[in-house]
Design a protein. Sequence first.
Lengths: 653, 352
Amino acid sequence: MTNIERHNYDVVVIGAGGAGLRAAIEARLAGKKTAIISKSLFGKAHTVMAEGGAAAAMGNANSNDNWMVHFRDTMRGGKFLNNFRMAELHAKEAPDRIWELETYGALFDRTADGRISQRNFGGHEYPRLAHVGDRTGLELIRTLQQKIVSLQQEDYAATGSYESRIRVFAETTITELFVEGGRIAGAFGYYRESGEFVLFEAPAIVLATGGVGKSYKVTSNSWEYTGDGHALAMRAGATLINMEFLQFHPTGMVWPPSVKGILVTESVRGDGGVLRNSEGKRFMFDYVPDVFRKQYAETEEEADRWYTDPDNNRRPPELLPRDEVARAINSEVKAGRGTPAGGIYLDIASRRPAEFILKRLPSMYHQFKELADVDITKQPMEIGPTCHYVMGGVEVDPDTAAAAVPGLFAAGEVSGGMHGSNRLGGNSLSDLLVFGKRAGEYAARCADETTKRVKVPAATLNAAVENALAPLGRGEGGENPYTVHGELQQVMNDLVGIIRRRSELEESLGRLADLKERIKKVGVGGGRRYNPGWHLALDLRNMLAVSECTAKAALEREESRGGHTREDFPQMDPDWRRVNLVCSLQGEDVRLERKALPTMRSELMRLFDRAELAKYLTDEELADFDAAAEGVAASGGSASNSAAVGGADKGDV
Amino acid sequence: MGEQRNFRVWRGDDNGGQLEDFQVEVNDGEVVLDIIHRLQATQAPDLAVRWNCKAGKCGSCSMEINGKPRLGCMTRMSTFAPEETVTVTPLRTFPVIRDLVTDVSFNYQKARELPAFAPPADVAPGEYRMQQIDVERSQEFRKCIECFLCQNVCHVIRDHEDNKQAFSGPRFFIRAAELDMHPLDTRTDRKDAAVEEQGIGYCNITKCCTEVCPEHIKITDNAIIPMKERAVDRRYDPIAWLGSKIFRREQLDKPAGYATAGVATAPRPNAGTADTPVEQAAAHGAQGDISANWHREAAAGHAAPVGPDGKLPVTEFTGQLAGAQSPFGDDVEFPMPATDINYQHPNRPDEH
Ligand SMILES: Cc1cc2nc3c(=O)[nH]c(=O)nc-3n(C[C@H](O)[C@H](O)[C@H](O)COP(=O)(O)OP(=O)(O)OC[C@H]3O[C@@H](n4cnc5c(N)ncnc54)[C@H](O)[C@@H]3O)c2cc1C
Ligand code: SF4
Ligand code: SF4
Ligand code: FES
């Protein structure tokens, strides 16, 4: 059999984006021998592309901000389907995680008094996003990358080897996780450069592989986003939740065709950009849903005053959560008021001076100028909905980031629950840090507690090798992976896209079943060295598994909520709010189960107005809420709700 | 429907290879990376290329296009004449792995050798206070997307493999400068380390690195020259060092600008410095006749963008310019035609 390189680690982190790197730092700080594995080069993971910023209630820009407000915004954004405990931990710990980055050398933009500046973003009540121009993701990943280098330098000083305690395996793809005796035993993959195989044996593995966007045709995601972590977890016996919820970014470029999908950051709208249809109408005022009516301006005049006087005016409707914006754009285009390329116009040129735009959005300017020869200081942009982020992911314990399989952890975009049915802009970068750290910490603990390490049996390993080599064995006579991929993307785009209906979803399941058979016959020519055709062939089955989860869950959930819109069930249904759809693998097929959502603690519940809760909760839940509220009043708790929680919480952060 | 264009792509590995000709469809608005992807999907499924973001943000897709080091995802097909054959080759300075993919591990090694940020011991997380104007200088360098085009084009390592040991390259000079200018970094020896550990002395300010940087970072003017500006008496004088950190803003206020003064007057700024490595580098430069462009006169530095009072604006916001000054001159419109860039790849059609 092929010679296989073997490695032994305490903690193996799959993924070198924000979540993976933060997890690895934590595991290494806990003294564990740690490996980081990444499909691309070190420092190039998807996190690099995040533009807008990282949300953390530091209160630098508006001192009224605190974790409770952030928690509230997050739950609202996720339409109350979030795992409340994750949203709570996230809101509480995000500021510390951001400040920590400064000690690693990050340089965020500053306020006048020298603190970290915070900017507005859709769905956030106060300016909350720590940022660096519009390259925040780059800053984040570079900072973590450099922190890892600095840890390696410490190890070099102590042991004479940079890689004695933390090593990066760049351009290495994991294709299989091994479970022995009911717990994680190792991971198997190949070096992209050489095509050689490699086995990592470890008692604790952290998945931080990001998202699934490459199953869609118009997407902001790169080739890395093939849902590997999602599929690996399922094959190892873990479960996925919320897979029906995909975020379509309302503002991706639609012209010129080759850059379709590249995002126009939402801060264009935060900084004064407005959406217009082909008739020149600023149409968002027609699309404010009732739940948000109170917070959003009704006239252009009021909306425009908000930019300079946010305390006395309501927000412009362009800053509605992104799914509302995406849906509005979709409706306008369907009504025939779109641009020639099928999008709508985003106009900041006519509203802000050129210097302002250049200063606030330098890389946006650069991108449009270089790629499309469009000058955003002079003309509007043509934009439309783009698949951007998957809310669904591995079902984890909120405190420890542990998945259902002992020894397996997940953090970042690959995990599910934190964002509910929709993620607020900026909440991902902070999510990576908060739960990356937690995953690293508990993975290290798990490695400690695992006294007996299991070996991966040779037969299992051989099977993995065979699987991986199969497409090469079939050679060019097999199905072309690029063709199959293209068809999968088309199916997902057309049938499981931003607006969904029963008939189309049912059709998609049939098409996916066909594709599943064809994927088994995919073949590629060439050798094992850096062969992208082969790499794609191996990624296809992951994309298919994940697509099947999305299609099945989307068909099952008969309501519209956040990143899931059913044309045949346009309303939000309080009964559905209490249900998570859990996907697991049974043989080759995806099995769907309903599972009750955990109940929010009552002191968190009381952070919301009753009137607001009434829009989300069932009557039964509301009755419980009222009963609990009376209990508090009776026991003499006169302090305002938020103060009570804030006080109780001091030691808990 | 698109038109058919001629493409030549280098195919091969560390054992050698050759340019292969393709006829491929090109549509409106496409970039070179799109065409490579079309080749993968239709004619050469195993054609190896690195890419991630397709938006000029990750620095993965570095390649040489018609001999010029560029990002494949940021090079529009419309910059070429319809009948022109577009030739795509891998970065020359790094060993080829396969096709357009090279082994860039050199850069990660050099990154590891550079002392990391040294945080102040007595400032708690959350208590860091820095002014925007003070972080902006370092922020310019943190824009780096690690495409390594500057490393690829720097003749010190491009033409002299044996220099790789001693020379970190422009990417890491800006990293050193970034830390040197970081308002809270506590190390005092960054300039010395740049000379002693990184071999900055080998650099003879040809500015090729600045010219190819897709982020338009003024590598030479804003990083290398200030780092080289290591007055011997200042080097061991802690008070002078302190001054350089604390009075930074005053320095900025100097009418002539902080970094450009030296360059603006001296056509070859290094000529006068009698540092051994520099002399060496000059010698290297003189004998290497690989490309005439590396030995051209360095462009005159641009004067600092001072106002009528002879001072820099307090922030970029109030100034005329956003971001750093352009290495091409501030009056040049982008994107400029590739042919106008003062850099030529030596022709080497058949070797790898
Ligand atoms: C254009 C764009 C803009 C965005 N802007 C923002 C923003 O402003 N604010 C915000 O909060 N969020 C933003 N996001 C979302 C956010 O960037 C991502 O959700 C986040 O970066 C995901 O990080 P991660 O650590 O989970 O994974 P990633 O950074 O995607 O990293 C995944 C890693 O896993 C590795 N990997 C994957 N599969 C395998 C495998 N099989 N074997 C080995 N390694 C593997 C990859 O190589 C990569 O290193 C944006 C996203 C995009 C696309
Ligand atoms: S200025 Fe020239 S010699 Fe100096 S680092 Fe840049 S490319 Fe190399
Ligand atoms: S400095 Fe510029 S050219 Fe060099 S690696 Fe960074 S972005 Fe690329
Ligand atoms: S693909 Fe990221 S820079 Fe070109």
